[in-house]
Design a protein around this ligand. Sequence first.
Ligand SMILES: Cc1ncc(COP(=O)(O)O)c(C=O)c1O
Length: 370
Amino acid sequence: MKVPYFDVSRQHQKFAIEAQAALEKILKSGAYILGPALKDLEAEFAAYVGTRFAIGVGSGTDALTFSLKALDIKKGDEVIVPSFTFTSTALAVLHLGAIPVFADVDEKTFNLDPKSVEKALSKKTRALIPVHLFGQCADMTALMALAKQKKLKVVEDACQAHGALWNKVMAGAFGNAGCFSFYPTKNLGGIGDGGMVTTSDEKLLKRVTQYRNLGKGIEDPFVHDEIGWTSRLDSLQAAFLSIKLRFLDELNRERRAVAELYHQKLSATPLILPRETTQAYHVYHLYVVRVTDEKRDALKAHLAAEGIPTMVHYATPVDAQPVMKKQKIRKVKLPVTEILREEVLTLPLFPGMTEPEIAAVAGSIRKFYS
Ligand SMILES: Cc1ncc(COP(=O)(O)O)c(C=O)c1O
């Protein structure tokens, strides 16, 4: 049986007619940029996450860049980020001329290890970017306590974690700012690029609002008092996302149900399976297993031959990316990251994935090991 790696059309069936009508309305309205649809989504998203404000921007990367800039991160400042993440987390730091310092992750959760963060601190450290990787929150109790003690700013990279909780508080509501991506495959994916900053800080609201709109003054748009970008979440995306947001919890429950079935069907195999920690509510953006004994690539090839596509998130840790090698970056030991890059394998998981499809993936894995 062929199984798709990801099928976005199945989740959109739930609200396709409603979404088409909303898009049609925007087309007719002519309010394509910074219109009422964006204002509505910002209010809804802030209420959902539990922050005072939300600001729609062009991408998750821009959300991270603008948040760091709004917190005065500048040339020469050090920002601690995990190396085991999507490269974008660190690109945002480089865009400001600041220096990403890479810390290691916990091998069970794939998220920043507070002890490694402590080792990465220096006199130049100004901020910390916990990434809620694959849909599970980093240890925000320990990381927020550390940030408070060391007077560091915290920008959460929640690009993979819409709706994830840590001790019942939502991803994006802990730090000075929370950053989300609406890239189509994300838990709250749009129909193009998009992103959002969440914050309860009025100063950040004002600054990020200016950065996304060419640095134009809030009172007088003909006065540019900041070096800004053209990076506004457009009305078509906002209208679509407003509707999808109402289905986000249901879509996340579907992801969790797929993960639970995988867990049942794979627990007798030698794979190390992802599990949620007691404080977390995991929204399974990705279902990433660990394949030990140097068998990852063989298992991947076996599944591909049986019509089951998989991916590797992430074979190249960010510190090993060519763009990072060009920078002068202080090295911290990353033993867990080095193991994970060899072992991780992402199985197909998406809302609307059927039980026969899940059984086909699990059956093929069991066949590999038998
Ligand atoms: C962890 C993480 N950070 C940042 C980003 C960047 O988001 P975008 O692609 O919207 O710029 C992504 C996703 O693409 C991501 O997965």
